[in-house]
Design a protein around this ligand. Sequence first.
Ligand code: F6P
Length: 382
Amino acid sequence: MPSLLPGKTASKIQRIGVLTAGGDCPGLNAVIRAVVKSAVQRHGWQVLGIRDGFEGLISGDDAIMPLTAETVYGILARGGTILGAASRANPFLYTKRQQGSRISLDVTPRVLERIEELGLDAVVVIGGDGTMRIARELHEMGAPLVGVPKTIDNDVEGTDYTFGFDTAVGVATEAIDRLRTTAESHHRAMIVEVMGRQAGWIALHSGVAGGADVVLIPEQPFNLELVYDRLTHSFAAVQRSAIVVVAEGAYERGGSPVFRHRAGSQDKLRLGGIGEHLAQLLQERQEEDLVSAPGLEWDIRVTVLGHVQRGGAPSSTDRVLATRMGTAAVRLIARGRLGRMVALRGSTLADLPLARVARVPRTVPLNCDLVLTAKELGICLG
Ligand code: F6P
């Protein structure tokens, strides 16, 4: 395999692969289309689609799908990924069932062998921070890879924006707008739980865009008393309603994030439930006050947006970014610049070595201008 490094120049390249790993997000198909169109039309290369992320480089021939300008016709505006995605197929820790129990294996030799068998001069790996770490390690072992970052959470270090984020913020903002009218009619507090495991970008952007009263993000554990005071203030004001946007990874100061876990399941812990938990804390807090000030009662309702934020058609902003990133990945391959990840810096496309993609997610800096803006607008960040 190391013979494949550094990359072949454009004239020597014949065939490349493309795969989508990790969770899906709007814009994946736009990247696939851009990779195929520029590779085929500009360079005359063949493109093989690899199904279900790295799984397709571990299993057999039916996991490979030749991609042409015809096969990618009409997918630009489609959500999801025509290649399928598998968040659990990590070749360094490949989990399978054997005699009723789960075992984890290192199947990287199989992945390297498969890239060679398929005659792939390069593979475009589209994924989040976990996928970029896998890509970096495989590249260090000799695999000819380039990375394209994706995630609705916008938390891949090294790039200012990932495609999928704009669409998710749009979905969350529309939900807030809809919840506001019913909140105002019934004089209620509406809690909207949005995605964001370690980074509160979706909550912060949609909260500001939707004019929320409170935005809670994982980067700043919240003080319940401050949240309660802000809501009391909103109910005393003319609006007599309130919107609270909470990222799934947010938690109370001194507490810990809320997970949902299926009884008996061996799945990795899944975040979820902070919205309900917060509603309960606020309810209890309100009951203490109602003893001395009856009549100031307000109802609370919780909406969990969940995977609605990840599905559906990408926004035009995400389509453009995904398309730019797909063509940029092909340009990197054509120039023999393997082992790099495409990135957006400001408004310009750039790239950086996969080895420089940090091991930690890109979280919201508490002194960034949007946080300051939110505070200056009177939004409570807990
Ligand atoms: O990382 C993207 C993301 O959508 C997170 O915001 C969320 O916690 C997670 O994926 C959900 O993953 P799954 O689809 O595996 O439940």
